[in-house]
Design a binder for this molecule. Sequence first.
Ligand SMILES: NC(=O)C1=CN([C@@H]2O[C@H](COP(=O)(O)OP(=O)(O)OC[C@H]3O[C@@H](n4cnc5c(N)ncnc54)[C@H](OP(=O)(O)O)[C@@H]3O)[C@@H](O)[C@H]2O)C=CC1
Ligand SMILES: O=C(O)C1=N[C@H](C(=O)O)C[C@H](O)C1
Length: 246
Amino acid sequence: MAIRIGIAGIAGRMGKLLAEEVAAAGAARAGGSKRGDDPAALFAASDVVIDFTHASAAIPHARAAVAAGKPLVLGSSGLSAEQEATVAEAARQAPIVYAANFAPGVNLFLAIAERMAAALPAEQYDAEIVEMHHRQKVDAPSGTAVALGRAVARGRGTSMEEAGIESGRDGHTGPRKTGAIGFAALRGGQVVGEHSLLFAAASEHIILTHKSFDRRVYATGAVRAALWLQGRAPGLYDMKHVLGMG
Ligand SMILES: NC(=O)C1=CN([C@@H]2O[C@H](COP(=O)(O)OP(=O)(O)OC[C@H]3O[C@@H](n4cnc5c(N)ncnc54)[C@H](OP(=O)(O)O)[C@@H]3O)[C@@H](O)[C@H]2O)C=CC1
Ligand SMILES: O=C(O)C1=N[C@H](C(=O)O)C[C@H](O)C1
């Protein structure tokens, strides 16, 4: 029997593509919700729900997943530490894939970023993350930029909180703090998603860049995650688990 995949925010940029990808995967679309709808109704009609809407919808959807005993794929960005902690708590009772970016290339990029950061001493190589997105994006830095920052910190055996971040520099900022992770966000036009990670030392720079040209790559990954979640035990999963890179 076809799996029923519910799509939160079905009228959004991602919501529309998710509906197309669900159909292309041969899975049945259980329905779609729009802003203001009760997440419980969407879960009741679905075997799994995909939520690419807004950070503020993450907790209601995670709680509805627990109440319904059904899995959730969460792709919204810009979650606060508190919202992320609540999602992690819900994942103790329901299987949840929460990923900053569902493109396979970005998930490889995250793994490489961690290894590069482990190899390049923080005292010599300043890590800077630059991202650019379409003019409609409402959060900054992007979820992917934050995930890259976390990967760099992990590679250096620390956390972003401990390493310190430098974001949106303006005015008399003082010199760059050694070991801090820098962020810059550009917004304009219809850029689907571009992320660069720079390691800048006194006599060399290394720059890695990923560019998405079609946001369908995220929708394909999210539907893959929804199908992968069928029959999984409760837990907080990432796209690297879905892709077998965990
Ligand atoms: N992890 C990943 O790989 C990716 C993540 N994203 C993230 O997905 C999210 C959506 O992106 P995108 O589709 O471009 O955005 P859109 O603004 O195009 O769509 C968002 C949709 O969610 C609805 N919505 C907004 N707020 C709420 C809410 N509080 N509760 C329920 N529904 C709500 C909107 O309804 P209305 O029309 O009424 O405003 C709209 O239908 C963003 O957080 C983005 O960063 C995007 C691409 C890839
Ligand atoms: O809002 C977007 O469009 C995107 N959001 C995600 C993010 O914040 O990293 C993923 C991708 O970059 C597109």
